[in-house]
Design a protein around this ligand. Structure first.
Ligand code: PRP
Length: 183
């Protein structure tokens, strides 16, 4: 492997490109089993979920509609600010539709809870959430993540869309960031 500048800041790799690809392909098939009689709106939560989303939609065999919603709560730190900044709404009219919210990670669960509450006001037919990573030890919100790719412990991870201060999203794997980078 060619060691890049970004790779040098990684303590260890949690999931390789190959492991992610295999799991995303399984998730695409599971989703298709649930929605083959429908045309769901799959909503990517910008920006972190964008890489996962791009692979997931290509692992999904049925008709679906693209959508992108913008929310953020982390700013440039490693912990949630506790406040959701709503930046971009759905493009589709989602009333009466099956909506799948696609997240990269559920950490405190605040973002997902916020989005589920928002969708309650939109008269959708159903809501499903799917997150690649579930940081199960960190949830402060009472929530159900309907589907997820991997359960991970409480470590600060980057890559495959996940960032620290905007960096590392382009790493093709998911890795633990060295503490010295952010402390
Ligand atoms: C991250 C991540 C999730 C959210 C999860 O987004 O992409 O949307 O935080 O954390 P929570 O469960 O504690 O709410 P972030 O605010 O960093 O924005 P980004 O996706 O643009 O990086």
């Amino acid at each position: 492997m060619n060691i890049t500048t970004a790779d040098r800041d990684i303590e260890c790799i949690l999931y390789t490109e190959e492991e992610i690809k295999k799991r995303v392909s399984e998730l695409g098939e599971e989703l298709y089993d649930l929605y083959k009689d429908s045309v769901p709106v799959m909503a990517c939560v910008l920006k972190g979920a964008s890489v996962f989303y791009a692979d997931l939609v290509r692992a999904y065999k049925g008709h679906m509609l693209f959508d992108f919603i913008g929310v953020s709560s982390y700013g440039s730190g490693t912990t949630s600010s506790g406040r959701i900044n709503f930046k971009k709404d759905f493009d589709n009219d989602i009333k009466g539709k099956d909506v799948i919210i696609v997240e990269d990670i559920v950490d405190t669960g605040l973002t997902l809870k916020y989005l589920k509450e928002l969708l309650k006001t939109r008269e959708v037919k159903s809501v499903q959430t799917i997150a690649l990573l579930n940081k199960y030890e960190c949830h402060t919100e009472d929530l159900d993540t309907d589907m997820y790719g991997f359960r991970i412990e409480n470590r600060f991870v980057v890559g495959y869309g996940l960032d620290y201060a905007g960096y590392y999203r382009n790493l093709p794997y998911i890795g633990v960031l060295k503490k010295e980078v952010y402390s």
